[in-house]
Write a protein that binds this ligand. Structure first.
Ligand SMILES: C[S@@+](CC[C@H](N)C(=O)[O-])C[C@H]1O[C@@H](n2cnc3c(N)ncnc32)[C@H](O)[C@@H]1O
Length: 403
């Protein structure tokens, strides 16, 4: 560990990718403040300390964006660029799989995740000395460096699907003094080249289906820590912490979070039905039927209570407020929830009744929080069961059938 520190500080003052680092800007007080903030928020000391030891800015490109779309350019504002690198924010480094530069901002497709979320995932993994870990989604390489610092680089393998992203991560890791195993390829379809026998798999992209190949390379009694959402296309997800229990992996969710989706599991290409779609049923309800979908945690709870849908917002021509559209992933059914209490439905599935029944059941159960819910995945088939309080009390299974 000490050797790595010396190597990194030394390299900081040297030419990096053709540029010379400015020694007058010292990142270390910023890194220490970030680590202290993380610890104050409850992150265990040995995890928080990693954020002091591994300089995040070495993993960031000269231009990145915060979630609100603010652009940080190292050349134009070196202080702002460095300060923000050590803030607890996700920093987008790629849009639209690398098609940025077209003038329009699209969908973020690679980033350095927010430090508090990385810390939360590292803590949830309960990494012990001697553990071998596989990370899916190398991105900037920063998390792989944190893992290498914690476990030793020989125990870390990371895989990235985007070739250009992987090349940049390789350079950044080398500059920072870390050499974990780096693979370029689809982390959903791991081959034996990723090395069998990982005690932990940490994914930094969201999945709805736990890939069978993850379960194949996971060691007995291993653990998978991954952002998970019930259906592709949902904007918010949960942190799933799944332990090997023999024929299945199982565990409770550790809160809500939002990560970009694994490439192979992105939202359905089907556009939601718009204004003018053939309406099968209209209902007028008291109050604003959209409110559960506007509340991040509540909409995640809804996704646990009722399977197979995704949603978004859209403006009706001439309207001042957007409506919420909900589309079934099981069939062509849809739902529009309007600010004035109108609920419109199309197709054969009566989703509004399903949401009403799901919420009633949740209230009958004492309105449990996200931590009371969990997921089990069949090792052989990948079939999923969402449960409340214990795997013996399932809410629904992969086939979408409520139990
Ligand atoms: C949130 S970023 C990763 C953050 C990263 N761990 C870091 O520390 O900077 C998610 C990454 O997952 C990658 N990704 C998406 N689908 C993938 C897949 N199927 N296999 C491997 N990487 C994938 C994306 O290209 C993106 O770089």
């Amino acid at each position: 560990m000490g050797r790595l520190h010396r190597v990194r500080w030394h390299r900081e003052g040297r030419a990096v990718s053709g540029k010379t680092e400015d020694m007058t800007r010292d990142h270390r007080p910023l890194a220490r403040a970030l680590a202290a903030d993380l610890q104050a928020e409850g992150v265990p000391g040995r995890i928080a300390d990693l954020f002091t030891s591994v300089p995040r800015h070495l993993f960031l490109p000269d231009v990145y964006w915060t979630i609100d779309g603010t652009r940080y350019d190292r050349g134009a504002d070196p202080d702002g660029w460095l300060r923000t690198a050590y803030s607890d924010q996700a920093l987008t480094t790629q849009y639209d799989d690398g098609a940025e530069g077209t003038g329009t901002m699209g969908i973020p497709t690679s980033s350095s995740s927010a430090p508090a979320i990385m810390a939360r995932m590292l803590a949830a993994a309960e990494l012990g000395s001697g553990h071998r870990v596989l990370e899916v989604g190398t991105g900037t390489g920063y998390n792989a460096a944190l893992l290498s610092e914690l476990l030793g680089e020989g125990r870390v393998v990371t895989i990235e699907i985007d070739h250009r992203v992987a090349v940049k991560a390789r350079t950044a890791l080398a500059v920072a003094g870390y050499r974990p195993g780096l693979l370029t390829g689809d982390g959903e379809n791991l081959s034996s080249s990723s090395g069998a026998g990982h005690d932990r798999i940490i994914a930094t992209c969201t999945v709805a289906e736990i890939p069978l190949s993850w379960m194949e390379v996971l060691r007995p009694l291993g653990r998978i820590v991954t952002p998970w959402a019930p259906s592709p296309g949902l904007p918010g997800g949960l942190l799933a912490v799944l332990d090997d229990e023999g024929e299945r992996l199982s565990g409770r969710f550790e809160g809500a979070l939002a990560f970009m989706w694994a490439r192979g599991q992105r939202g359905p290409a089907r556009a939601p039905s718009g204004p003018g779609a053939v309406v099968g049923a209209v209902e007028q309800v008291d109050g604003d039927p959209r409110k559960s979908w506007f509340d991040g945690e509540m909409s995640v709870l809804l996704s646990l209570l009722v399977p197979d849908w995704f949603f978004g917002l859209r403006m009706e021509p001439g309207a001042v407020e957007p409506y919420v559209w909900v589309a079934s992933t099981r069939c062509a059914s849809w739902l529009h929830l309007h600010a004035d209490g109108r609920v419109e439905e199309g197709g054969s599935r009566r989703m509004f009744a399903e949401f009403t029944a799901g919420l009633a059941r949740w209230r009958d159960e004492g309105s449990p929080g996200i931590g009371a819910f969990g997921l089990s995945v069949d090792r052989a088939t990948g079939d999923r069961t969402v449960w409340l309080r214990a795997p013996e009390y399932p809410l629904w299974t992969s086939d979408g059938n409520p139990i």
